[in-house]
Design a binder for this molecule. Structure first.
Ligand SMILES: [Mg+2]
Length: 325
């Protein structure tokens, strides 16, 4: 493995050294859209970026596929998710059983909240303060890709073929319905179901990908693998409206995803601090209302880096963003 790491780094450095900066940040083949496989921002299939090498994905993809640490992290996260879900369900039941509060003074801090505003202010409602929310049925919302299904073979294929993301290649992979479940994922959906919590999937797979996605997930035994519980992308990558649809009849007790935008709309726009301040201010929600899974291969974190970094290729941009001394 050490040899592979060294070879990979040498390839990256050699490739970057040979490239001149010819385009502005965010333009041409270095468009931040090209690295994102799952429609956080769809790439342009006709773009010349398709021939760019993808060696910078080797380590991240290998870590996802071959490290026992990755499996342990997924088990850890879903175990945490089970604990959090059970606790939040109990809080919801207590809120439902409590008499309507007449004075809103001195609210107790709770992780339960409704709506999409997120942040420390809106998520500080107390059990019983959420009014009609307390009488809604409980639900959990999960992302699909790199949360429940492992698409890293698609990433590996991109590396071998030296191809950036494009929708046609992605759809061919999805149609195979061959993605394997991630560690602990199927079991978590069954656990939620056993508690009487409705399981919803809010994913940026497109509605055209509904059939093979249901086939793939049903084959592995995910609960509610059907079109009623799967809210896929129609026009916008933002998941805010789709979560709001769930919230019409359900109270979302827990959200799980590999991308912060899977959790709340407040994470959709990251400032020059990479979204650190927003995450810091919400720190008590992670592990209680939000469960984040590791994905070093792609995501909004990477899109934003590529959008802001100088350089003409993805490799060049990534190297220029590295902290060093
Ligand atoms: Mg995902």
């Amino acid at each position: 493995m050490k040899k592979l790491i060294i070879v990979t780094l040498m390839i990256m450095v050699a490739s970057c050294a040979a490239v001149k900066q010819t385009t502005a940040p965010g333009e041409g083949r270095s468009s931040p859209t090209v690295s994102d496989p799952k429609g956080v921002a769809a790439g342009d299939p006709s773009s010349p970026v398709a021939s760019e090498g993808q060696d910078h994905l080797i380590l991240a993809t290998l870590w996802f596929q071959k490290s026992a640490e990755m499996r342990a992290l997924f088990y850890q996260c879903f175990r945490n998710a089970e604990t959090a879900l059970k606790e939040n369900l109990e809080l919801q039941r207590q809120a439902s059983a409590a008499p309507e509060p007449h004075t809103p003074e001195s609210p107790t801090v709770s992780v339960l909240s409704s709506g999409e505003t997120g942040g420390t202010t809106s998520d500080s409602s107390a059990p019983g303060d959420s009014g009609p929310e307390s009488h809604k049925k409980p639900a959990v919302v999960l992302d699909i890709d790199e949360t429940l299904l492992d698409n890293s073979p698609f990433q590996g294929w991109q590396v071998h073929e030296k191809k950036s993301f494009n929708n046609d290649d992605w759809f061919r992979w999805v149609e195979l319905a061959r993605a394997r479940p991630l560690p602990g994922a199927v079991e978590f959906t069954r656990y939620a179901d056993s508690l009487g919590v409705e399981v919803f999937y809010v994913s940026n797979r497109t509605v055209q990908e509904m059939g093979p996605t249901i086939k793939n997930m049903a084959a592995w035994g995910f609960v509610n693998a059907d079109s009623t519980h799967m809210l896929l992308k129609e026009t916008t990558s933002s998941k805010v409206e789709r979560r709001a649809l769930v919230e019409k009849d359900y109270e979302i007790l827990l959200l799980i995803g590999d991308n912060l935008a899977d959790l709340s709309g407040v994470y959709e726009k990251r400032g020059p601090d990479y979204g650190f301040e927003t995450v810091d201010s919400d720190r008590r929600l992670f592990g209680t209302k939000y469960i984040v899974l590791p994905n070093p291969m792609y995501g909004n974190w990477l899109n934003d880096l590529l959008r802001s970094a100088p350089g003409s290729t993805e490799r060049e941009k990534l190297l220029q963003m590295l902290d060093s001394f």
